[in-house]
Design a protein around this ligand. Structure first.
Ligand SMILES: NC(=O)c1ccc[n+]([C@@H]2O[C@H](COP(=O)([O-])OP(=O)(O)OC[C@H]3O[C@@H](n4cnc5c(N)ncnc54)[C@H](O)[C@@H]3O)[C@@H](O)[C@H]2O)c1
Length: 290
């Protein structure tokens, strides 16, 4: 490898040296993978989560690996918590470059259609799914503007693009997040601030593996077979997409929703339905997850 290529490679592995990131919902799953990835590429990372104990442990893990990291217990649906979260990152490291809105509320109370969900549960879930991103921008944008720009990444879902039964609140929240992302891109483009969303397909986090798939390997295989690439996603797939969107390589990309779903959502429904029926016919013992 030539010297120039080597130096380009080394640089590309630490695209965020000197920069500061906030990642919400960073105690586990996708948020934890994102925090690790941005940290491994040189960013100082504030890991924010409702689970204070969990997120403190994660920050310690990152620090032990040589990353500048800190943790903060935050409810991203609360104004004062989000203001405090941004102030904490800027107070520690003097700037803010990246804000990743990833936190995910418990969904049990808001599963179902319009008649099933109670108004107070609707409001609580929407505060985390949608309002959190507005609050993050409200308090984070002035600091990004101050350093000449920054990157907001909102973690939406394929559920923000397509609809499923029993998921009114999730579908509405994730679609609204895509709309908010576009608006932020338009609003803050001239400040050098880019806003993008990511729409993941099924991502087998450690919690999903434990709660769903460990006891149902045939269901996991059935899910994997629905993906043109032959597997479901991993948290690192999303972390890599976040790092790309935050990097200079994505300097001309804003207002975009990057679908990271192994091809799940581009399939023609008719053929897809028949493929699934054939899969089950050939493996009648398959245990369906729902
Ligand atoms: N896992 C998937 O298959 C998948 C697919 C598409 C999109 N997503 C999206 O990716 C994101 C992360 O998903 P995940 O599967 O890693 O979730 P997860 O449930 O494993 O982790 C979510 C984290 O958010 C934290 N959290 C919950 N409420 C909070 C609040 N009010 N304030 C701060 N933190 C809070 C939790 O404590 C937890 O650590 C979510 O936005 C989710 O909608 C996930």
């Amino acid at each position: 490898m030539g010297l120039a290529t080597e130096s380009a490679r080394a640089k590309s592995l630490r695209r965020f040296d000197g920069q500061v990131a906030i990642v919400t919902g960073a105690a586990q799953g996708i948020g934890w993978a994102i925090a690790q990835r941005l940290g491994s590429e040189g960013a100082a990372v504030l890991l924010a989560d409702l689970n204070g104990e969990g997120v403190h442990r994660r920050a310690e893990e990152l620090e032990a690996d040589g990353t500048k990291a800190a943790a903060r217990q935050v409810d991203v649906g609360l104004v004062a918590d989000v203001e405090g979260m941004v102030g904490d990152a800027v107070g520690r490291w003097g700037r803010l470059d990246m804000l990743v809105n990833n936190a995910f509320p418990a969904m049990e109370a808001v599963t179902g259609g319009a008649e099933d969900v109670l108004p107070e549960d609707y409001d609580k879930a929407m505060a985390v799914l949608v309002k959190a991103s507005y609050l993050g921008a409200r308090f984070g944008v002035p600091h990004m503007r101050h350093v000449g720009g920054g990157s907001i990444v909102n973690i939406s879902s394929v559920h923000g693009l397509l609809a499923a039964r029993g998921a009114l609140v999730y579908e509405t929240g994730k679609a609204a997040l895509i709309a908010a992302t576009r608006q932020m891109a338009v609003e803050y483009g001239r400040d050098g601030i880019r806003a993008n969303a990511i729409a993941p397909g099924h991502i087998a986090t450690e919690v999903i593996e434990q709660d769903l798939w460990d006891k149902n390997p045939s269901g996991r295989a059935f899910f994997a077979a629905q993906y043109p690439v032959g597997r479901v996603g991993a948290p690192d797939d999303i972390a890599a997409a976040v790092a790309f969107l935050c990097s200079e390589d994505a300097a001309f990309i804003t207002g975009h929703t990057l679908v990271v779903d192994g091809g799940l959502s581009v399939q023609l429904q008719e053929n897809f339905g028949v493929d699934q029926a054939q899969y089950i016919k050939a493996r009648p013992d398959t245990e369906l997850p729902y």
